[in-house]
Design a protein around this ligand. Structure first.
Ligand SMILES: [Zn+2]
Length: 58
C-alpha cells in the first residue's frame, strides 16, 4: 500500500503534482487537489465562490 492521495476534482494522484490541501466548511479533514488549477475548477464548478464574503453584489 502506497501513501497516495487522490485529487478531489480530477482523481489524479496529487503527490506527483504540486498539491494543495483545503479544509472546506465544517469538515475536519483536508481535501486534496493537484494544484490551484484543480482547486479553482472545483470552486467554479460547485459555485463555492458565490454567496461568500467576497461578493460585493447586493
Ligand atoms: Zn486534479
Amino acid at each position: 500500500m502506497s501513501d497516495t492521495t487522490d485529487c478531489a476534482y480530477c482523481g489524479c494522484d496529487v503527490t506527483v503534482h504540486d498539491p494543495v490541501y483545503v479544509r472546506e466548511g465544517g469538515e475536519s479533514s483536508e481535501t486534496p487537489y493537484c494544484n490551484y488549477g484543480c482547486l479553482a475548477a472545483h470552486v467554479e464548478e460547485e459555485g463555492l465562490a458565490v454567496g461568500t464574503t467576497c461578493s460585493v453584489e447586493l
